[in-house]
Ligand binder design. Structure first.
Ligand code: MG
Length: 194
């Protein structure tokens, strides 16, 4: 099988990592319960920031957000390694900016993700992911972002949403823990996404 994965907030807990960094930098102590209820992909509102202030904060901290100790979601690294060992092909498709692609690939490898040559796609627009997913003829694709998932409904592959607070309205098969992935693949007759 060919499986494609978004990275941020699909395989790794990037927003929560950023949330902790925002707390530190701003000298605040806003709770994880607040984080878990944020209805938007952006986290700035929890800190009382405007969209512009939030954008500037993210841009200033981007290197720290991306390349420090962002934790992978539980079982993500183990599950992807198991898939590769079992002969499946794992692809990464991330819309991180082009100038961050090299370091992002290094970070993935350093943190134990299996990345084969040519299986890392980076620096495209959200709306361009669909073309790569189509060309690769993936069997499965996993992402957290509504704006990406909404572009994939016509493709003949199994699309899953990685469960997060801002995507609960999507009517798609849902992954809440990476432990669940093997069971999903073993189901055989998996329902097509709506
Ligand atoms: Mg994402």
């Amino acid at each position: 099988m060919k499986l494609g994965f978004d990275i941020d907030d699909t395989l790794i807990d990037l927003r929560q990592h950023a949330f902790h960094l925002y707390n530190q930098k701003l000298g605040q102590n806003i709770g994880v319960d607040v984080f878990e209820a944020i209805p938007t992909l952006e986290i700035h509102e929890a800190f009382g920031m405007t969209r512009e202030e939030g954008g500037a904060m993210w841009a200033n901290l981007r290197d720290e957000i991306y390349y420090t100790s962002c934790p992978p979601f539980p079982h993500a690294v183990e599950m992807l390694n198991e898939l590769v060992e079992a002969g499946h092909e794992v692809y990464y498709i991330t819309a991180r900016p082009k100038n961050h692609c090299g370091r992002t690939l290094e970070w993935l490898l350093k943190n134990g993700f299996p990345v084969a040559d040519g299986h890392f796609y980076c620096g495209m627009d959200d709306k361009e992911k669909v073309h790569i997913i189509k060309e690769l003829e993936l069997d499965y694709y996993f992402d957290d972002k509504p704006a990406v998932l909404e572009t994939l409904s016509d493709l003949a592959l199994q699309v899953y949403v990685r469960d997060r607070s801002y995507n609960r309205h999507l009517k798609l098969p849902r992954i809440t823990s990476w432990e669940q992935l093997k069971d999903e693949m073993n189901k055989g007759d998996i329902p097509k996404s709506e």
